[in-house]
Design a protein around this ligand. Structure first.
Ligand code: WTA
Length: 632
């Protein structure tokens, strides 16, 4: 059998050579990578694609089960190696090491629980759980039997949860009685129960006892520990087609309801594993920690699948960087001798605000590689990270990618290709990024700025939006036909390194979380005293971006109660992460003659600009700009 190690780039020259092969002969290249995995049946054809339909199929008619590659495969070579290293919220609680053998057994056992609830191949299972090992078990148990997991971040509200359950028609809900986050205990089950009032498709709910509550179970609800006591720990892995659905994960769109991005088995498997090993240059005894939540794509691809496919030790942390104080991350690095630390710029900026003694009191000498993900990292944060955490000796991989891309698309390879502050730098092997100008023409020169697009399919591209292929085509393939359009702007330096400049649509990234402004406006407009609203992002020291809402009221006395009511509405419909920092009452909104809100102007006002609004002559009501400024 071929070994994936033989296809990893260990020097810049090797990267260039592999990149070249992957572009000239993509099918041959990805065949080599796919052959390093366990398949139940080989594929007939590597790739079929059509950007117009759009349709992407990889390893056609190949059969596999991703959990055999994440678990069973390692049992003959390294059964006792730690797969998951769990660090609980409370620093005084014991951490837990789960070996590949133990994880395999727990996954198979829970897979049998799902089967006992009549869950089979293709059925959707919603997972709304804290960052505890059972979350990983739940995800893999679904994959074991071919059920489609839809993980919903446990910070989302009951309405957000029910909307996602209903969109995917989920049969089973997996949740917990509560969760610990810093000094808070979150009543997860009440949120889940509220959501369930709106959901008809859920036949059973299985509840993990995490906070030892004495809740009373409702009809069709059972305890996790009771369920696993009744089944065996042996479970055959279901045979899946390469193009069968592996999971749905929701991401915000610039308009309307969230998009359920669909990922499939074969392509996602090989791409997440290959990028994990190339980008992080993980070696067998390394301890890798990604601080994301499994509720987001970063957790799916680079806590669960990429690392486990690679036989790595992946750390799961239940808590927050500020509890019990702002040295928690560094204490964990010292405690577990972390070698790889992968986090978000917003966390770095928040930590950099605190005395550096909180870092220096800990031994960080185990660290070899640092990573950044989720939003552009500013130079100051990059330098702080490099100097204080990496001690100027750890490469920093700035990884650009999206829920839709499944895996990392642009990044340096740690210690192999050069990093550069604020630049994601180079394309992954097999990836063909290009800048387009406003007319959609390719810009070939380096040192340019434009709209980022991807020219050729890669194995882990999302295949559709669940239940809405039309929207999939519209959002990603219509603006620039023949390309995948991610919605980000970018520039290149003279050497062709890429730097992401930010979103070019109405998605705002707040503390690394994608938020569409439209659903927030919809939530605000639910208030009986609101006529209309517009939400925009503006630069924020720590969060990267914060939100400011401009609100027209029916009766324009905005007291604090009203501010609170609006914020509560947003928390209830979306979740606390979507609350604006500033709510400003305005007499009107700047609108074009066709009635479109000119957000460009609001973004400038929110960023503190007092003049230079460009051409506002096309506004129906140019005088409104001064009126808004007067009160801001
Ligand atoms: C942004 C997160 C700059 C970008 C993996 C993208 C980044 C969106 C970076 C996807 C980065 C992600 N530098 N911007 N290294 N990584 N982004 O779906 O705007 O939660 O389109 O996936 O985050 O966010 P998502």
């Amino acid at each position: 059998m071929k070994k994936i190690e033989d296809y990893l780039a260990r020097s810049e020259n090797q990267y260039l050579k592999l990149y070249d092969e992957s572009i000239k002969h993509p099918e041959k290249f990805w065949t080599n990578i796919a052959e390093t995995f366990v398949w139940k049946k080989r594929w007939d054809k590597v790739l079929n694609f059509d950007f117009d339909k759009p349709e992407f199929k990889w390893f056609i008619n190949g059969k596999l089960n991703i959990t055999e590659n994440c678990l069973d495969r390692h049992l003959s070579t390294n059964p006792d190696k730690t797969a998951i290293l769990f660090e609980p919220n409370d620093p005084n609680s014991k951490s837990e090491k789960i070996s590949y053998k133990q994880l395999h057994s727990r996954v198979c056992r829970f897979a049998n629980v799902l089967k006992s609830k009549n869950v089979g191949k293709g059925d959707r299972v919603c997972i709304y759980m804290p960052m505890v090992p059972e979350l990983t078990v739940a995800v893999l148990a679904c994959a074991r039997i071919g059920a489609v997991h839809s993980v919903v971040f446990a910070g989302f509200s009951s309405s957000a949860l029910s909307a996602r359950i209903n969109d995917a028609n989920c049969k089973v809900l997996l949740t917990a009685d509560g969760s610990y986050r810093g000094s808070k205990v979150i009543d997860l089950i009440s949120i889940a129960n509220d959501a369930l009032l709106e959901c008809n498709s859920i036949e059973s709910t299985i509840i993990l006892k995490r906070i030892n509550s004495n809740i009373k179970l409702k009809d069709n609800q059972t305890w996790w520990h009771d369920e696993i006591a009744m089944v065996s720990n042996e479970c055959e892995a279901e045979e899946m087609d390469s193009e069968d659905m592996l999971f749905i994960l929701y991401t915000s769109g610039s308009t309307g309801k969230p998009k359920g991005m669909v990922h499939t088995c074969g392509g996602y498997m090989i791409y997440t594993a290959y990028t994990f090993l190339n980008v992080f240059q993980y070696k067998p005894n390394d301890i890798y920690w990604c601080t994301a939540d499994i509720g987001w794509i970063t957790g799916h691809s680079y806590i669960v699948y990429g690392p486990l496919l690679s036989g790595a030790t992946s750390v799961m942390f239940e808590g927050v960087p500020s509890y019990p104080d702002f040295s928690r991350f560094w204490k964990i690095v010292e405690k577990h001798k972390i070698t790889h630390f992968y986090t978000a710029p917003t966390a770095i900026r928040a930590l950099a605000k605190h005395p550096v003694s909180l870092v220096e009191n800990n031994d960080l000498s185990s660290l070899k590689v640092l990573g950044s993900v989720g939003e552009p990292i500013n130079e100051e944060a990059w330098n702080w990270y490099d100097k204080n955490i990496g001690k100027s000796k750890c490469p920093i991989v700035d990884t650009w990618w999206q829920t839709e891309t499944g895996g990392i698309m642009l990044s340096s390879l740690a210690g192999v290709t050069k990093d550069k502050p604020t630049f994601a730098t180079v394309p992954m092997i097999g990836i063909q990024p290009i800048l387009l100008d406003k007319d959609g023409k390719e810009i070939f020169e380096n040192d340019s700025e434009g709209i980022l697009a991807i020219k050729f399919p890669w194995p882990s591209i999302a295949r559709t939006i669940y239940g809405d292929h039309h929207r999939y085509k519209n959002v990603y393939f219509s603006a620039y036909p023949g390309y995948y359009f991610p919605g980000d702007g970018a520039l290149t330096d003279i050497n062709g390194n890429f730097r992401i400049t930010g979103r070019v649509d109405d998605v705002v990234i707040v503390s690394g979380h994608n938020l569409g402004t439209a659903p927030i406006e919809d939530a605000i407009n639910l208030h009986e005293n609101v006529v209309e609203s517009a939400v925009v992002g503006y630069p924020h020291d720590i969060k990267g971006n914060a939100l400011r809402a401009f609100v027209i009221l029916l009766n324009d006395k905005l007291d604090l109660d009203m501010q609170k009511e609006i914020k509560d509405l947003i928390s209830k419909t979306i979740g606390p992460i979507a609350k604006p920092d500033i709510i400003q009452i305005v007499p009107g909104l700047p609108k074009t003659r066709s009635g479109k809100i000119m957000r460009r102007i609001l973004r400038k006002i929110a960023s503190g600009e007092k003049e230079n609004f460009g051409d506002i002559s096309t506004l129906l009501n140019p005088e409104i700009v001064d009126q808004i400024l007067l009160n801001s």
